[in-house]
Design a protein around this ligand. Structure first.
Ligand code: SF4
Length: 408
């Protein structure tokens, strides 16, 4: 960060992520004085949080710098656009901090804290006053899961679960590992990007992961790298450390305007992630969350970017699915032609919709499912995917969906 003294490669924010957080725009000398009042107004509505290490990744000479877009507020966030809970997560909340949308999968909101705040976050409501959605204590989630034997897959989210103390995380993972029907535990975290030392400097956390990520039941770390510039030496060491702790790493990220809405950037990200053993898993269509207008990418454009990026890498670099996590389920955006857009329910809240192909009128401006006009919908058996880019993936998607392993 301009005005700080440590060389970039030596920047640390504390072994447990407790220190050197920055919440005050005035502390960032590189932001011109004349812009600060407006940005502080934005930050009063949608909280600002960063740290030295991450701010040091910004090229302050470039107003369009992608890391800057991720972390520094923009005044357009104040435009009246979107909803705070764009996917109606409250509608699938069964008890505080526990979301149960699909039969096999439970999502636990473990904490409302994050290593920093992505400006485009779709859960920014958790950082606002009056949040009552995250768990009060780590026992509530496992208790719900234990009482529901159909749940094989638990996703720890938030906020960032790696912001929990190592002791509480150990308690949570231990409780989940004691439940025989839980096969997969996923930890969704941007800490490898925001503060790699959270894992690198905490041998206790490494041991906890090693203990609970077993040969028969692995823990998955769902990293969140949005841009290749986040893959610093420390971030790569962090992924390596997770892998050495027995964890499987995969990456998921949204498409964000000004950050990764470029096929070459996305292809580089995919490629480099595949090199370090953290291949891409999901690319998300950005949810229309309040404050996110400046970060939106229309679905058709997003599909074109992902498609072009996928053409540039090896098989492992091209494993991502481009999906939209809608209130009704998770839809994969399969293809677009001159007139239509082809989507498929990868997961569906209504079991009858699972695997269903949806055909919508092409709309190059639309950013979310609710803006699209439905033309037709068919079951997998009724659909001849002659115009789809990856017809061979359709059967694979069906097979994987049937295992219940790929829920989210
Ligand atoms: S890391 Fe995830 S939850 Fe936290 S601010 Fe970023 S997008 Fe939101």
């Amino acid at each position: 960060m301009a005005g700080t003294s440590l060389p970039q490669s030596k920047k640390r924010v504390g072994a447990t992520g407790r220190s050197e957080y920055i919440h005050d725009i005035d502390k960032i000398a590189a932001i011109p004085e004349c812009q600060r009042a407006k940005l502080k107004e934005v930050a009063r509505k949608y909280a600002f949080r960063a740290n030295d290490y991450y701010l040091n990744l910004i090229d302050w000479n470039d107003p369009a710098d992608p890391i800057r877009q991720i972390i520094i507020p923009r005044e357009e966030e104040l435009h009246d656009w979107g909803k705070l809970d764009a996917s109606n997560e409250r509608g699938v909340t069964v008890t505080r901090g526990v979301q149960h949308k699909y039969p096999h999968t439970v999502l636990l909101l473990c904490t409302e804290m994050c290593g920093a705040h992505c400006r485009y976050c779709f859960r920014k409501r958790l950082f606002m006053g009056g949040n009552r959605e995250t768990a009060n204590n780590v026992a509530e989630g496992p208790a719900y899961v234990a009482a529901n034997p159909g749940v094989t897959n638990v996703l720890l989210s938030g906020g960032d679960p790696l912001l929990l103390s190592t002791r509480r995380l150990a308690e949570l993972l231990g409780a989940l590992r004691n439940i025989a029907h839980v096969k997969i535990i996923r930890i969704g975290s941007k800490m490898p990007a925001f503060n790699p030392w959270r894992l690198l400097d905490d041998p206790d956390l490494q041991n906890v992961l090693r203990r609970y990520s077993t040969p028969r039941k692995r823990i998955y770390l769902m990293t969140h790298f949005d841009h290749p510039r986040e893959l610093t030496g420390a971030a790569i060491d962090c992924v390596d450390c997770a892998i050495r702790s027995g964890v499987i790493c995969v990456n998921q990220c949204p498409l964000v305007k000004g950050v990764n809405d470029n096929a070459d950037v996305l292809a580089t990200l995919f490629r480099e992630l595949s090199f370090i053993g953290c291949p891409p898993y999901y690319v998300f269509q950005g949810r229309p969350a309040a404050g996110n207008e400046p970060y939106k990418v229309p679905i058709v454009r997003g599909w074109e970017i992902v498609r072009q990026a996928m053409r540039q890498g090896s098989g492992l670099a091209c494993r991502a699915r481009f999906v939209m996590s809608h209130e009704t389920g998770k839809l994969e955006i399969l293809s677009v032609d001159d007139d239509h857009m082809y989507l498929r329910y990868h997961r569906a809240k209504d079991p009858a919709m699972r695997g269903r192909f949806m055909i919508y009128k092409r709309d190059d401006e639309a950013c979310w499912l609710d803006e699209l006009e439905l033309v037709d919908s068919r079951s997998a058996l009724e659909f001849a995917p002659s115009s789809l880019d990856h017809p061979d993936r359709l059967q694979a998607a069906d097979d994987l969906a049937d295992t219940g392993v790929l829920d989210n």
